[in-house]
Design a binder for this molecule. Sequence first.
Ligand code: HEM
Length: 394
Amino acid sequence: MDSEHRPPTLDPLAAETFDSSHQIYAELRQTCPVVHSDTWGGFWSLMKYDDVKRAASDWRGFISSKQNVVPKVAFTGRRPPLHLDPPEHTPYRSALNPLLSVARAETLAPATERFAAEQLAPLLAKGGGDICGEFSSLVPVRVFGQWMTLPDDWIDTLRAGVYAFITAVRSADPEKMRQTSYRIYGLARELIAARKEAPMDPATDPTSALLAARVDGEPLHDEMIVGTVRQLLAVGLVAPMVMVGNIGVHLARDRALQSQLRADPSLLPAAIEEFLRLYSPYRGFARTVVDDTEMSGQVIPAGDPVALVYASANRDEAKFPNGAEFQLGRPNIADHLAFGRGPHNCPGANIARMELRVMAQTLLSSTTGFALDGEVEMSAWPEIGPMTVPLKFE
Ligand code: HEM
């Protein structure tokens, strides 16, 4: 086949800027919405809103238990709830969901405000800094410590462990991933041993809730509780970090919106939803197709992994007109897929929204203006979004 007629492919290892992948995804939505990559053993990417929504919702046809992320990172064991299919998946969510309600998230807001103010103070003193590395990577781990009632002296260890794991995932080095993942497993085992010795209230402590859960009168298997706590210790820390970076870049470029949100913080919850749509921080959550499956005219062979490119689906013009534009108060904003769909939809969405609101508000109310002050550095699959955003405060 000559190169003119070769179908497009997607290179997940290509260097990218803040906007470049979104431009490529917009083209692919028109020309090749189900696109193949040979990288990492080969996988398909779903670019269109309807296809991503269908794959996320149809858990019988698109399973999570074989490969749930591109690139495949789980070498060290099964980690519920992400790695399981219903019905095995269900008891873990039943145990965790009540601890992640809007009300519970809001009880964490005052502490989050304190953490955000404390972490931003050194940047304010020096007139700016990297809002990802020095601010939004530090606040969520402390919020998590509150939610999981972790001892204070664990926070630095957890942060270092999780970031070593993320760096290993970015380097796509299985041996490093394995080693760093085991470190987080070590923390999970320690936490479970501590709660077994001195149980806490299952209505507020996630580890105690998992230990108290029963299926047909039987407790959950010990190793699966370890896997769940391990999952919880790592998930939910990168996405808020990246999102604050996205918000920082967007507001640095759009000074009118920056002033509007600073003047009227009541607009923030709606703005956060639109930022989540526009800059959905995930593209690599994956499923494996059970049968040969046609999507947007392409047959995906049974057994192949598919990436649910939430970041592309949420800019699909067929669903969100002028999808690349920020529009406060979009009529169908509630339909965005930033937190996924179906049984694996994000249980941490309420905490995430609260954290993003508090961090954005702290950034806005502590400054009279901010602008970009250097190069934005990007993360890599399975995330999408910046890891480094240097800002200069005015
Ligand atoms: C901006 C922040 C966040 C975003 C955009 C986000 C997004 C997502 C998405 C898209 C999924 C679905 C995965 C799939 O389709 O396979 C997911 C799952 C998950 N998220 Fe989040 N998340 C965020 C923050 C959090 C936080 C703060 C927590 C914990 C408190 C959390 C805990 C989880 C867990 C445990 C799962 C797995 C659920 C399951 O498999 O049933 N996330 N998240």
